[in-house]
Design a protein around this ligand. Structure first.
Ligand SMILES: *Cc1c(COP(=O)(O)O)cnc(C)c1O
Length: 419
């Protein structure tokens, strides 16, 4: 359920006509719904109501906008961050440092030191080497770092290869069969307080069986470590729950996910940690675009829009599907390719798609664009960086301005010796 609905034949974001925002801010523009964000945050938490002790850390990389983080903070969410930049965003949004989990396969010395100084609640270590380095830095600062060891359970999440992270040949975590020995060695280091295990097998997970298999393996490892006298009080089960990208698609939701978790983790006696991203933000945003023109093609017409792969990269990166709909649909349909203006053939959002009939000047949206949308945007082809708007009832505000090419190239320098 989201709050982007047709009213009298026109698309609204909550109580605001999408056209009003598009005319005021220009296109392309992302529009987020506060009510939808809050609803998803609440439904995810409610799905886990059978879990006694839990910590919810929103995966900032899915949508790092400060206004979005502010909404989630008010819903009691902490943050899962994967860079110093994301950490600064979460802190700036007012999330308490102890509610922040620092993940990521390549945390630099500088990032580890900065996160220690900020008092970050948990470091998810991706290797023994990282743990040793963190322990050294912490001991030198006179601090103790709380940490979990990320384990690669060698389970196929059954998602797109580029967003699968839990197979043995993925770069994430330590090998399952080595994890026990590494955990034991790290537990003995001064400056480090090992408190748990972490796992995250991938994103856009639409079948819960691989997650169940991975969590079951993690439970066995937890028990083995405890039997050897190691402290394991926290189990971080990552994120990854998928969302429907096509109207009418039925996927396991937070309710089914929560039931699976409650079943697998019964008797664990640990604080369970979660890092949801897409399931919170995905359906909370749309990308609004204007049709530049409709160009005849050999097999089907090309609907050329003013949004491109630099604004929404998922179709080009992952062959991802985003539903496309006119802001003022006429009821007529057409079959078309939907393409952006960028000089790459991968700047294609859809081929031979049955869509609302549109013509030059019409507004349309890509749905389910709130996750991995604006956050991946760039300025390729010297296009502006796409702006973001948040709607709240009948109010709306720009929450990220459009950054024009002049602002980007103002940071570039031509050295004297070229002049
Ligand atoms: C990307 C990521 C997440 C969030 O994934 P979603 O599919 O957006 O829920 C959580 N944890 C880690 C470690 C990640 O890399």
């Amino acid at each position: 359920m989201d709050h982007f609905q047709l009213r009298n034949g026109e698309l609204y974001a909550e109580d605001v006509p999408v056209e009003r925002i598009a005319r005021a801010v220009g296109t392309p523009v992302y529009v987020y719904s506060r009510a939808t964000l809050e609803r998803h945050a609440r439904v995810f938490r409610e799905g886990l109501s059978d879990v006694a002790h839990k910590h919810l850390a929103f995966a900032v990389k899915s949508n790092p906008n400060l206004a979005v983080l502010g909404v989630l903070k008010r819903q009691g969410y902490g943050a899962d961050v994967v860079s110093e930049g994301e950490m600064k965003r979460a802190l700036t949004a007012g999330m308490p440092a102890e509610d922040i989990v620092f993940s990521g396969v390549g945390k630099s010395r500088r990032e580890l030191a900065a996160a220690l100084e900020a008092g970050i609640g948990q470091f998810n270590l991706e290797s023994e080497e990282e743990g040793v380095e963190l322990a050294e830095i912490a001991a030198a600062q006179g601090r103790t770092a709380s940490a979990a060891l990320r384990v690669n359970p060698d389970v196929d999440a059954g998602t797109h290869a580029k967003i699968s992270t839990g197979k043995a040949d993925n770069k994430f975590g330590v090998a399952y069969h080595q994890a026990g020995a590494i955990y034991r060695r790290l537990s003995g280091l001064e400056g480090l307080a090992m408190r748990g295990l972490a796992v995250h097998i991938g994103s856009q997970i639409t079948n819960l069986d691989p997650s169940r298999a991975a969590f079951t393996k993690m439970g066995e490892l937890m028990r083995a470590l405890r039997a050897e006298g190691c402290t394991v009080t926290h189990m971080d089960l990552g994120g990854g729950l998928g969302v429907p990208y096509r109207a009418g698609e039925r996927l396991p939701g937070p309710q089914e996910y929560g039931a699976m978790i409650a079943d697998v983790t019964s008797g664990w006696d640990a604080v369970l940690m979660f890092e949801p991203g897409r399931v919170i933000t995905g359906n909370s945003g749309v990308l609004v675009t204007e049709v530049i023109r409709v160009k005849p093609g050999v097999t089907a017409p090309f609907v050329v829009i003013d949004a491109a792969m630099n604004d929404l990269a998922r179709p080009a990166l992952y062959d991802a599907w985003h539903d496309f709909m006119a802001v003022q649909p006429t009821g007529e349909r057409m079959s078309a390719h939907i393409v952006g203006p960028i000089c790459e053939s991968s700047d294609t959002f859809a081929t031979n798609r049955d869509i609302d009939t549109v013509k030059a000047g019409d507004l349309a949206v890509f749905r389910t664009a709130g996750a991995y949308g604006a956050t991946m945007a760039n300025t390729y082809n010297s296009r502006a960086l796409v702006p973001e708007v948040m709607v709240d009832g009948d109010k709306w505000a720009v929450v990220a301005e459009r950054i024009e090419p002049e602002t980007i190239f103002a940071a570039e320098r031509v050295p004297d010796w070229l002049q």
